[in-house]
Structures are given as C-alpha cells and as structure tokens.
Design a protein around this ligand. Structure first.
Ligand SMILES: [Zn+2]
Length: 497
C-alpha cells in the first residue's frame, strides 16, 4: 500500500513536469491553439507565472552526515523561517526544481524504503529524497541568511535524507565556506590568536575538499567527528573564527599543484612524524621534524603485566605471559618507532599507529619505566620521605605546573606543583595532608609498567597548540602552515572547483 502511494506520487510529479513542459512549448509555439486536448485543461490548472529557477554553481557543496548507521533516526523535522526551496544538486552546486512548497516546517519519514518528504498539512511532496538527488534548501535570498533547523539544531543551507534498514540517515548539505565556519571553533579554541585560526581555517577547508566522498559508502562526504573534522553547525560560529574564515575565504593549501591532506592534531609533544611512520602513505609535505614551538601536554598510564598479557591474547599474539615492554626503536626526533612486548614464550613488535592503540597512548613521544620522565633520587619512581611515587616531570625541573603522582597501587593522579616541594634535584611531597589520601607506602610494583609522555594526537601535520604559539610569536598563517606542511603554498580553491 505504501509502495503504491509512493509510485503514484512519483508518477504524479513526473506527470506534472511533463504536462508543464508540453504546455510551455505550446504557449511558445502558438498563441492560439485549436488542439482540443488543450481545451480540456481546467482553467485553474494554468501554468504558474514563469519564474527563474534559483541555482548556485559557483561554490562547492558538501554532504555532512549528521546521523547515519547506528545513529540513524525515525523522523526528521526541518524548519526555516524563510521557507524552503526543493533543489537537486551535487558537490558542484544545485538548481531549484519545479517542486515547490509554502510550508515552513517539513517532515521526512521513512516509507517503503525511501525518505519521504511531507509538508505541514501532511501531503507528500516527494516520495524519495536522497535517492532522487533532492535537497531541501533554505529559501532565504541572501546565502548568508540560509539557516534551517534540523531536529532542533541550526545549520546553514540545506538537508537531505536516505533510508537504510528502515531508518533515516540525516545529511546537512552545506556550502564549503559555511561548513568551515562550523568547524574551526570546534577544532581550535575561538580565543586562539587570529593567525592560528586562519591557519586552521585553511587546513580545514583543504582537508574537506580533499576528502569529498571519504564516507561514500554512507552516501556522505564527511562525518562530524574527529575522524574527519569536528562539525556542529551554526552553534559553533564565533566572531573570531568567522573573521579567520572570511580573511582566508577560498584559500587552500597546495603542494605540487594539488590540494593537500592537511592533517592536524592538538599537541606534538616535541616532534612531528612522517605520515608513513604513522599510517601508510608517504606525503612529501608531512615530514617528521623536531617541533621548535611545542607546548607540553604531559600524560601517564600504567598497566599490570596481566593486563598486557590479556592485550596480547586479544590480538592473537601467542607470546605467553608478558614480562616486560620496551621501546626498541626511535626516530631521530625522539618519537617512538617501535615497541616490543617480551613474553615467556616469545616477543611481539608493534610499529606505526598500532603503537598508540596497543598501549592506549596519546602520542608517540613517551618513555617506558624511564628515568627521563621520572623525577626521583635514584631513577626509581619512589619518593621515600612522602611515601608516594612521582612521575611525569622532567629531570631539569622545568614545567612543573602539573606533575603526575603514581601511588604504589598503580593509580595515577595529577598534582599541582604547589603541592610538591623540590630539594636539590629530588622531589619531596609537601607535608602530610597535602597529598591525596589513600596512597600507600609500598614501593613501585615490579609487575606494573609505567609509561609517561608528552603530546596528544597522531603526530602528522600541524599541532594546533604549536600553531597558537607561533602566532603568539608573530608568525602569520602562511608561515605557520609552511613550517608544518613543508613545501606547500596557499592557493585558490576556485582553481580546483
Ligand atoms: Zn569521518
């Protein structure tokens, strides 16, 4: 029954289009017609006054998946105070169709395997949205005013939907400059200096264009998470990030005449990595180097040998009981290139991004049970006077605003430097009461692996906090980008559209 309704509806739409076409031709060809068929047309079904179908082919549009896969929904409500245009389009732009609506609220529901568009009075406007290539676009004249509400959240431009397994995948179809405005503040704090924000805007724009079709299997270009770029729509826009976007409008980063994969992340921890040392592809502009402008971001984790043994078993590595984990190779920048798990029956080596996943680490800049990261009397992570173990500060005593205190039971807690007293290169906890309760006075356990490091992210491309530091030092966005993406130039997106 439902399927029949849809077919009927599509047939009706095509029928009207066809009738409109024939009628228009007739009008143009002959002022008076004696064709009896035309006389049967009821007077009220006269062709509407001719109007220019609106379009935009001067921009790039992106399909951003708001809800899909396991997040797919049962119903979508769209609202626009300016009303809607029903358009068809692709990444290069869109054109208004003959389908019109006066509704300012539209609903999309799944019906017979298709996303069906329904108006305020419950009439079906379109039987199949996404599969038919249709998009619902805000009808505002000025593109800057095109705002729609999708299930309660505001986005720029338009929306479409498809159906998978009876659920609706919700997509925001958005012009690339508008999309970048919804990204920058999520990827970099909006209080960051303007040249850093501009570098972020160019990187985000480049990444987006380069990754059109990244999630093609879901019918979208990009998702809204850090897998692609964090995007939350209109709510993310701020004056500062909007300034950064408008000052860099249409600008992308290029290398050898192509737009680059502008990877970025939060903290380098002191060095960046070659793209192929983290993933597979060697990108000439993503080369590992010592980062002169990094900010520290310290972290620490610990595991019992039992936990590490379980991890090896879950990965199918038959090496028996794990007895130690070692860094067995480093890049010349200091970034870890290989870790080796040593077991009672064998060893297992890990490289590239698996290093981070196998040990649950934030970055490649780390040491395992290494005095480099342990401040103590004798290289042991023990401060006997205070009955606590201290890890996470470097041995020169710099940057001690936060230290990591490891209890003998293996728990890690952050501690303010003011809670720590330093004496002659040895750290001593403050008098009783200043250290978190619950620490025991056992020595460090030999069956626990302590790992401490600096940095947060995959290490390829631009560290955003370093970009901030460069901007604070007076570098402009071009210098920042060229420092982290070597050999690149700023180019015009228009040359690639
Ligand atoms: Zn993604």
């Amino acid at each position: 029954m439902k399927r029949f309704t849809k077919v009927l509806c599509v047939a009706l739409v095509f029928g009207l289009l066809f009738a409109g076409l024939v009628f228009a031709e007739g009008e143009e060809g002959e002022a008076e017609t004696e064709d009896p068929a035309s006389q049967t047309e009821p007077a009220e079904e006269e062709s509407p006054p001719e109007r220019e179908l609106r379009s935009d082919y001067d921009s790039t549009y992106l399909w951003i998946g708001l809800k899909y896969g396991s997040d797919a929904v049962d119903k979508i409500t769209l609202k626009s105070t300016d009303g809607f245009l029903i358009v068809k389009g692709n990444n290069k732009g869109w054109k208004e169709t003959d389908v019109t609506t006066d509704s300012k609220t539209l609903t999309i529901v799944p019906s017979g395997g298709y996303a069906t568009l329904v108006d305020e009075s419950g009439d079906t406007i379109l039987g199949s949205m996404g599969n038919g290539g249709y998009i619902v676009m805000s009808a505002a004249e000025d593109p800057e005013d095109r705002l729609i509400t999708i299930n309660g959240s505001r986005y720029r431009d338009g929306a479409t939907a498809t159906v998978t397994n009876g659920k609706l995948n919700v997509t925001n179809v958005i012009e690339i400059e508008h999309y970048v405005r919804g990204v920058v503040a999520n990827e970099m704090g909006y209080t960051y200096p303007i040249e850093a924000l501009k570098a972020q805007a160019i990187a985000a724009r480049s990444y987006a264009f380069r990754n059109i079709n990244k999630h093609k299997n879901y019918g979208i270009d990009l998702c809204t998470t850090q897998d692609c770029q964090v995007y939350r729509g209109y709510v993310s826009e701020h004056d500062s990030t909007d300034d950064a976007c408008s000052q860099t409008e249409g600008k992308v980063l290029t290398y050898d005449g192509k737009i680059v994969e502008a990877y970025y992340y939060a903290y380098s921890g002191g060095a960046t990595l070659n793209s192929e040392d983290v993933w597979v592809n060697a990108l000439d502009y993503c080369r590992g180097k010592v980062d002169e402008y990094y900010s520290d971001y310290k972290w620490a984790v610990h595991y019992t040998m039992d936990e590490l043994t379980e991890e090896m078993e879950s990965r199918g590595k038959d090496i028996g009981d794990v007895v130690s984990v070692q860094v067995t190779n480093r890049h010349n920048t200091g970034a870890v290139a290989e870790v080796t798990f040593v077991g009672t029956k064998g060893t297992a080596k890990f490289t590239k991004s698996t290093i981070l996943s196998v040990l649950g680490l934030k970055s490649f800049m780390f040491a395992i049970n290494d005095s480099q990261f342990v401040w103590s009397k004798d290289g042991q992570a023990i401060v006997t006077d205070a009955k606590v173990n201290v890890l996470g500060a470097n041995s020169t005593g710099e940057d001690l605003s936060t230290v990591y205190v490891i209890g003998a039971d293996g728990d890690v807690a952050k501690s303010a430097a003011s809670d720590i007293r330093i004496t002659n290169g040895t750290m001593v906890a403050m008098p009783e009461g200043s250290v978190s309760a619950g620490w025991r006075d056992d020595p460090v356990r030999s069956d626990v692996v302590y790992i401490a490091g600096s940095g947060w992210g995959h290490g390829v491309g631009m560290p955003q906090t370093s970009a901030r530091n460069m901007a604070d030092l007076g570098f402009d966005c071009e210098a920042i980008l060229q420092y982290y993406y070597e050999g690149t130039e700023i180019g015009d997106l228009a040359d690639f559209q």
